[in-house]
Ligand binder design. Structure first.
Ligand code: FAD
Ligand code: MG
Ligand code: MG
Ligand code: MG
Ligand code: MG
Length: 552
């Protein structure tokens, strides 16, 4: 049976993925999900099994438990323990899986253009039709325009972790050969991490653990002081989006462990055997430096995927953010037909109108004082309260809080010590421009996927009645369900057998290894099957008993 062709490019249309369950009176809407990562899987886990025809399109046929990826690179965990087959997850909702890449979306035809290589290695393209589309394609590595990244390693998926693991082991083995010179051995054992965010920091910590715990045992020829681990960070501190106490703790810990942290440093080029970077000195001058490298990890933040960039461009003026696809507070893609297309997770950002939220806060403040909002004069202490509220609701603002203090004085143009309404409005506009992005975390993607599942479940129940009531052109999303609100549950980083938590609102703490696993069990319970949890538990037990497997 040849598939029907159609759409703007006259490609085959993949209608085979639709269940036609004739016992059902109404046809189920076709829900297509792009991506089987944190966002997509959270949606699948909470979706009612019978309400939609579900199809997931992704080049990877597994869900990857990314928080544990740094451990997998050094053999603390087995790689296969971190993945779960998408088809397994899909079976609960009787969904379909297409292992392919989404290339484009034809919004007015409701078609996703998909590509894959066939058995001859030739690219094939086809369309997948949808009634509702969820874009959850995640993000790409940010090259920052640096030369020589082909000489660096990345840590995004399971293959990256495998390659890193092999490289680290290979370097250790080469370093042990009697024919390896002293200089060459030093280079082979120089591990450089570019990027002082959570991924880079955790990898450095895992590597350090490996070098300390297993090396003396299995590589007695290598001297501990020949090995070096360096972190190159462009900002003044590592973990700079975390609470200050957290980033201090991490730096002190690394200082004690002899992991070198190079701050205010920008990588210029990665060569096969060395890395060149510039470092800003305390007197403001900039010096160019270099380090020999046996291995370099590039983990300096994320940028949009090719698909996200293409769609943003296509939607023109309705997409103004260069870093992510913008949605409204109901997670609907701005500029696409209302209620057809949603975007969640790392690929997206919510226009959350911080300013609106502050205005309503101010209004309450004014009323509690028995005055009209327009006549409110805001003192600095009031502003601190407002800033606390902003920080709580928009935790990505945490690192900007100090700036929020400064802004008060900057916008108090007449230096009266208070802000009047006009001054406030200008200040709010500036904040709005600065604080519209949500953190690129599993936590956020998970919450957004869950949010959509609950909303879609409700829509499936309610939409017939609503349509009958003739509000067909109304805003169904807003009518059936609340807007998305992000709840910051804190962030965690693993630093050499201990964990630091940033719980927001100035709460932070550090704990031992138990804390790492206790915290992560929150993720486990939500997102990972019993199968995966058991595999990880066995890996940890094995490592405790026998050490890591250093084979490649
Ligand atoms: P992803 O989980 O990245 O999923 C994207 C999916 O889309 C993948 O299945 C991909 O194959 C697929 N895809 C890509 N392109 C296409 C396309 N064109 N068509 C179809 N499918 C496509 N977050 C935390 O909160 N805590 C942590 O401890 C933590 N640790 C991390 C450690 C590492 C090493 C990394 C890399 C990330 C970590 N993160 C952590 C971040 C977290 O993994 C991401 O924020 C999260 O994965 C985002 O979920 P997502 O669904 O948006 O994207
Ligand atoms: Mg996803
Ligand atoms: Mg993932
Ligand atoms: Mg992590
Ligand atoms: Mg990602």
């Amino acid at each position: 049976l040849q598939p029907r062709r159609g759409g703007p490019k006259n490609l085959p249309i993949a209608e085979v993925y639709i269940d036609d369950d004739e016992t059902k009176a109404k046809a189920k809407p076709r829900l297509v999900i792009l991506g089987g990562g944190w966002g997509g899987v959270a949606l699948l886990k909470d979706l009612n099994p019978d309400d939609y025809n579900v199809t997931v399109i992704s080049p990877a046929n597994y869900f990857l438990f990314t928080p544990m990826l740094p451990s997998a690179t050094v053999g603390t965990l087995e790689l296969r323990s971190l993945v779960e087959p998408i088809r397994r997850i899909l079976s609960r909702v009787n969904g379909h899986f297409i292992r392919a890449k989404a290339e484009d979306v034809e919004f007015s035809h409701k078609l996703v253009e998909v590509s894959q290589l066939d058995h001859k290695g030739k690219e094939v393209r086809f369309y997948v039709p949808y009634d509702k589309l969820v874009i959850a394609v995640g993000s790409a590595t940010n090259p920052h325009g640096v030369k020589g990244l082909e000489n660096a390693f990345f840590l995004k998926d399971i293959n990256d972790a495998r390659m890193i693991r092999n490289k680290v082991i290979q370097n250790l083995e080469l370093a042990c050969l009697p024919t390896t010179s002293d200089d060459e051995r030093k280079r082979l054992l120089s591990f450089v991490v570019s990027g002082g965010g959570p991924t880079g920091v955790e990898f450095a910590a895992e590597l350090y653990d490996l070098l300390n715990e297993d090396l003396t045992r299995h590589f007695p020829r290598l001297l501990r002081n020949e090995i070096s681990v360096h972190i190159i960070q462009s900002r003044g501190h590592i973990l700079n989006t975390y609470d200050e106490t957290v980033s201090k703790y991490a730096e002190e810990r690394f200082a004690r462990d002899q992991v070198e942290v190079l701050t205010n440093s920008r990588v210029k080029e990665v060569l096969p055997d060395k890395i060149i970077f510039s470092q800003k000195q305390e007197d403001g001058s900039v010096i160019t430096k270099e380090l020999p490298i046996g291995f370099c990890l590039w983990s300096t933040g994320v940028s949009p995927t090719a698909l996200s960039q293409k769609l943003a461009k296509k939607l023109g003026d309705s997409q103004t953010n260069r870093h992510a696809l913008e949605t409204d507070t109901h997670l609907r893609l701005n500029g696409a037909p209302l209620g057809d297309v949603y975007a969640i997770g790392d690929c997206s950002t919510v226009q959350n109108n911080v300013a609106d939220s502050i205005v309503s806060f101010l209004r309450k403040l004014a009323w509690s004082r028995g005055i009209e909002p327009e006549t409110l004069q805001l003192h600095f202490s009031d502003w601190r309260t407002v800033a606390q509220d902003v920080k709580k609701r928009f935790p990505q603002a945490v690192s900007h809080l100090k700036r929020l203090d400064k802004l008060f004085f900057e916008f108090d143009k007449d230096q009266s010590g208070t802000l009047d309404f006009g001054e406030l409005r200008e200040l709010l506009n500036q904040i709005d421009n600065k604080l519209t992005s949500l953190p690129a975390t599993a936590q956020r993607a998970h919450q957004q996927g869950q949010y959509l599942a609950h909303k879609f479940n409700k829509m499936a129940k309610i939409s017939d009645a609503m349509l009958a009531n003739d509000i067909r052109d109304g805003d169904l999303d807003a009518a059936v369900y609340k807007a998305f609100e992000y709840r910051h549950l804190g962030s965690l980083a693993y630093i050499g057998n201990s964990a630091v938590f940033d719980l927001g609102e100035g709460w932070s703490m550090a704990g031992g290894l138990w804390a790492v696993y206790a915290w992560r069990s929150v993720y486990f319970a939500q997102s990972v099957s019993f199968r995966t949890r058991s595999l990880m538990a066995m890996d940890w037990m094995k490592r405790g008993l026998f050490g890591r497997d250093l084979v490649a």
